[in-house]
Design a protein around this ligand. Structure first.
Ligand code: 6GU
Length: 276
């Protein structure tokens, strides 16, 4: 098995970047007009380790390679007029069909989600990352120009995701964000299960403050409780800090967070104190 090295493979004239090869638990196919954008981000850090350990494979496909005309045209003028261009449906349908054809029967029980990345999609958040991390195969399509022909949305995509209320010139940065957030949730990718369990947003709260040595730096001490060795006290302090920080910065998150009655009281007290 050759893993961890990026391989440029020629598939019917198409360059497909393939990270790793066989035996992967999760496979992600990304369709893009700019495959070269992806040659960096998936080659370092936890991502590379995940690929090396056979936990994930990412295949990047150039939509242009699924055209049949001499000039490899992927877009066209909008019916009805107006500014900008629209991505043609044929190469996108064809790329997805070819990817699905290459699936081995044991890969994924049902058809994989086909996710369109557009500013009009449902908002991406930790819960969506968790949901996507439960699939053994994802197909992600990056949009460009004025958008997709609506038939891609209607008859091919099973999901549409946006990473926030702003407009990017293409879906590629969004694909990187989503793939990163999903891959780090896969079992075995992070060093310990605890590291993703304690993440900001994992429990609907922002993460508590962290400290490392020295115990006093430039006269600024680490909170004493963290040096106490009392694990129950430390856990309580961290939980309170997470609540306090969430109330200060993202109070709307507290409505959905799972808090004990005592913690709800803490929130009311902090609000009354005006400390937040
Ligand atoms: Cl997924 N695509 C584009 N083009 N812009 C975005 C986005 C996606 N999410 C937020 N803005």
């Amino acid at each position: 098995m050759i893993c961890g090295r990026i391989k440029a493979r020629l598939v019917s004239g198409a360059v497909v970047f393939l990270l790793g090869e066989t035996g992967f638990k999760v496979r992600i196919d990304i369709l893009t007009l700019f495959p070269q954008i992806f040659s960096g981000p998936f080659l370092s850090g936890i991502f590379q380790r995940a690929v090396n350990n056979g936990l994930v494979s990412v295949n990047i496909h150039n939509i242009r390679d699924y055209t049949h005309d001499k000039h490899h045209i992927v877009d066209d003028y909008p019916y009805g007029g107006g500014a900008g261009m629209v991505l043609k449906p044929e190469p996108i349908f064809e790329a997805v069909a070819q990817i699905k054809e290459t699936l081995k029967p044991e890969e994924g029980a049902g058809p994989p989600p086909v996710i369109l990345l557009t500013p009009q999609g449902r908002p991406f958040c930790q819960q969506v990352a968790q949901e996507l991390s439960g699939h053994s195969h994802l197909i992600i399509i990056c949009g460009h120009y004025e958008g997709f022909d609506e038939r891609v949305r209607q008859y091919l995509a099973t999901d549409e995701i946006s990473i926030g209320d702003y407009v990017l010139s293409g879906g590629e940065p969004a694909a990187m964000v989503i793939v990163d957030a999903v891959v780090r949730l896969l079992p075995g990718v992070l060093g310990s299960e605890a590291s993703s369990r304690d993440d900001s947003h994992a429990a609907g709260l922002l993460e508590y403050p962290q400290y490392t040595r020295p115990a006093v730096y430039r006269g600024w001490p680490v909170p004493e409780v963290l040096l106490s060795g009392n694990h129950a006290q430390i856990a309580k302090w961290r939980r309170q800090q997470a609540i306090r920080r969430t109330l200060e910065r993202r109070p709307e998150l507290l409505d959905k967070a799972q808090l004990s009655p005592e913690e709800r009281q803490l929130v009311s007290r902090l609000k009354e104190d005006g400390t937040c």
